[in-house]
Design a protein around this ligand. Structure first.
Ligand code: CUA
Length: 348
């Protein structure tokens, strides 16, 4: 009975695993959208096919031998004829693995060298900086700094330069292929090639820190957003527009932001953006246009932002941000939210 249950459970979980492997999900490494991802998967599938063939080539004779040569009832207990060495067999099991290793090694080398190539002269440079527990993105040629959403033009080579502000993280967008450590005091390169964009407003691809980096490692997410060419141009052009402070409410928000928030956060087009160097907290330029907040874990809306400002540690354990529950009144918090979120909805 027990044996039957275990067998059933095993077959069901194997089936689920097989279906799961081929299902397209936001974090699927098999359904990649970039050439780099397809190249990696080619080697992965080639290796998988070869190892599956080896598995059966070994397992089937072992099972046949176990069944056929097991002890029989009329066995007299004598030892079968003993042999030593078989040059033909030994030659085959030496040469076949060598050939298989060459078949795997050649495309692996080709793809390693292809990924380590020099970036094209027109590649878009982006500096990636991992922080506990969010991502900073800097576009040195465009003068843009942003956080937790890496915006990219379609069909373009992206020359990423990855580092960390504190401890080891790992930069990973499963659908783009490749996973690169972000190491403090060291820069790792990664070349991406973006796919064609489909959706108006950009195609969103899920990213995640893939190296255990403390309390909120699992909450260190981000999005890669690929735009159509004209939409990308508008994103770049409107990025620097500062938030409105037309109403007295927004004006109050601006004052609060520049009193309490700018020692860690910056918004382009305002005094807070003049502070050079890596940010302590995420850059909040164009925040109103982000889909997610708190490094990709919450929807970007007023209620979530209010909860976050009041006590970010209740959402992201270990968050370095001060809890403003006791420092600012509800009205003041709402004013600063209105100011930050209306950095807004520039139409791209
Ligand atoms: Cu950063 Cu895990």
């Amino acid at each position: 009975m027990m044996k039957k249950v275990i067998c059933r459970l095993f077959s069901v979980s194997m089936l689920a695993l097989m279906v799961g492997c081929f299902k397209d999900t936001p974090m699927s490494t098999i359904h990649t959208v970039t050439q780099a991802g397809r190249d990696i998967n080619y080697v992965y599938f080639l290796t998988t096919v070869i190892t599956v063939v080896i598995f059966f080539a070994v397992a089937i004779p072992v099972v046949i031998a176990l069944v056929r040569f097991r002890e029989k009832e009329d066995d007299d207990g004598s030892i079968p004829p003993q042999i030593h060495g078989n040059p033909v067999l030994e030659f085959i099991w030496t040469v076949v693995p060598v050939i298989l290793l060459i078949i795997i090694a050649v495309p692996t080398w080709q793809i390693i060298f292809k990924q380590a190539r020099e970036p094209a002269p027109d590649a878009l440079k982006v500096e990636v900086i991992g922080h506990q527990w969010w991502w900073e993105f800097r576009y040195p040629d465009l003068g843009i700094v942003t956080a937790n959403e890496i915006h990219l033009p379609e069909n373009t080579e992206i020359d990423l330069d990855i580092t960390s502000a504190d401890i080891l993280h790992s930069f990973w967008v499963p659908k783009f292929g490749g996973k690169v450590d972000s190491v403090p005091g060291h820069n790792n390169p990664l070349l991406w090639d973006t796919p064609a964009a489909i959706e108006e407003g950009g195609d969103y691809y899920q990213g995640q820190c893939a190296e255990l980096c403390g309390l909120s490692h699992a909450l260190m997410r981000f999005q890669a957003v690929v735009h159509k060419k004209d939409e990308w141009d508008r994103w770049v052009q409107t990025y620097d527009n500062p938030p409105n402070k037309d109403t007295s409410f927004e004006h109050k928000g601006d004052e609060i932001f520049h009193t309490y928030c700018m020692s860690c956060h910056a918004i382009s087009g305002t005094a807070s953006a003049e502070i050079p160097g890596p940010r302590i907290g995420p850059d909040l330029s164009n925040f109103g246009n982000r889909k997610k907040m708190a490094a990709g874990i919450l929807d970007n809306n007023q209620a979530n932002l209010r909860k976050w400002i009041k006590n970010s540690g209740s959402i992201k354990p270990g968050s370095l941000m001060t809890s403003f529950e006791e420092i600012l009144s509800d009205k003041e918090i709402d004013a600063v939210i209105s100011y930050i979120r209306n950095s807004t909805v520039k139409d791209y």
